[in-house]
Write a protein that binds this ligand. Sequence first.
Ligand code: TYD
Ligand code: MG
Length: 453
Amino acid sequence: MAKKDSTVYFCNECGYESSKWMGQCPACKAWNTFVEEKVDKKILSSSAKRNEAGSKPVSLSQISTDEEEREIIGIEELDRVLGGGIVSGSLTLVGGDPGIGKSTLLLQVCKMLSDKGKEVLYVSGEESLRQIKLRAVRIGQMKDNLKLLCETNLAAIEEVIIKTKPAVAVIDSIQTMYDEEIGSAPGSVSQVREATAVLMRIAKEQGVSVFIVGHVTKEGTVAGPRVLEHMVDTVLYFEGDRHASYRILRAVKNRFGSTNEIGVFEMKNDGLNQVINPSEFMLNGKPLNSSGSIVSCSMEGTRPILIEIQALVSRTSFGFPRRQSAGSDTNRLNLLMAVLEKRLDMPLSDQDAYVNIAGGIKISEPAIDLGIVMAIVSSYRNKAIDDKTIAFGEVGLSGEVRAVSQAGARVSEAKKLGFETCIVPFGCIDSLKDIKGIKIIGVKNIAQAIEAI
Ligand code: TYD
Ligand code: MG
C-alpha cells in the first residue's frame, strides 16, 4: 500500500474489487461490469474502524430481547410489509423506478410519525427545501418536529443526527451522498458502499431507524453494488405500471419479518393512499361474458388477492407460434400449452397465445396455473366462462391439478366478493368443508376442470 491514491476496479453488480480491468467478473460472472475508481487505500471502511475499538463476546442469555421495539407507523400497508412496524435502529432500503413515489411515501412516513410526537429528520440530496415543502403541502399539514435538511455530506448529516437525536431519519437518496474521505464521485460503487456502512453505524450507535432511498438501474436493481442489499436490514421495492395509479410495495429482504407480504397503494392528489381491499381493485373493469377471461386467486403473504387472467389464442401467421405473457412466467405458459396439447389433444401448435394478468401485478405463485389453463381453453373455444366462477390450483405435467396452500383463505375471499362457484384442487376439498354459501367443485385433473364449466 505504498501509493496513496490508487486506481481500483469495481464490479458494478457485486462490488468485487480488482487491481486491473476485467471483461468478466470472477465473482458473479457478469460481463462488462467493471468500473474504474480512485480510492485512498489507507482509509479503512468505517465498519472496520469500529471493530478496532475492541469487541467482547457475550452469551445469548445475556442479551435482552425486549429491546427490539417496533414503532407502528400507522400506514397499515407499510407496517405489514415491514413485519409490524419499524424496528428501532434498523436500516431500510426503498428502491423503485423514478417518479414511482419513493419520496412521497417516506415523507408520509415522516408525517405520520411526527404527528405522533416523534422527532423526524428528512435529508434530501436531490430536491431543494422549497420543492419538499411543495410536496408536503399536497400530503397535508406537517408538525414542527419534522425537520428538513438539504445536505449530501455524510459527516455533516451524522453531526445533525447526533445533535437532534431523531427517532427516524430518511436519506433521499444514497446515490447523492458522499464521504469526504473517499476520493470517488457520489453514486460510484465505493461511495455508495461506504455511505451505507456509515449510515449503518449511525443507525446502530444512535438507535435511529434509517430509511434510504436507492435509485434503480434499467434492469430494475438498485444502482451501485449488490452489496448494498446485503448490508441493509430490509429491502423494499416499489413496483407497478407507470400508467396505472396503483403501486405495490414488496419486501425483497427482511431481517425482521416475512418477505411475502405486499402493500398496495394508489397515487392520488394527496399522496399515496392505501388500498385496503386489493381484490376489488384488481378486478375493476373486468369484462362481462367475454371468452378467455377467468378470475383466479394468489396468496401474497397472508393475504389472498383475486386477479383476472386473460388469454388470447389465435391462429399464427408465422412459421412458429408466439407465446407471450405479461405478469406471469412465459416459460410456465409454454409448459401449460404443452400439457394442454398432450393431455387434452388440443391442436395448439399452430396457435399464438398471449396471457395477461389484468392490472399489471406480477404473480409467481403456481396456484394460478389452473386459471391460466382455463382462460386459454376458453379463448381457444371462444366460449365465455361464467363471471361468478373462480379457479385455482397448480397444474402438473401429467395434467393433474395439485393441492395448494391456504385454500380456505382463497375461497373465503372469493365468497366475500360475491363469487358463486370455486373450482379447486380435489386435494383441498377436506379443508373446505366448513365454508358454506359457495359452490365448491373439486377437480383431479384439467379435463375435469374444463368439464365443470
Ligand atoms: P416521487 O415521490 O417524487 O417519486 P420518486 O421519489 O420515487 O422519484 O413521486 C412523484 C410522482 O408522484 C410525480 O409524478 C407526481 C406524483 N404525485 C401525485 O400524483 N400526487 C401527490 O400527492 C404527490 C406528492 C406526487
Ligand atoms: Mg424522489
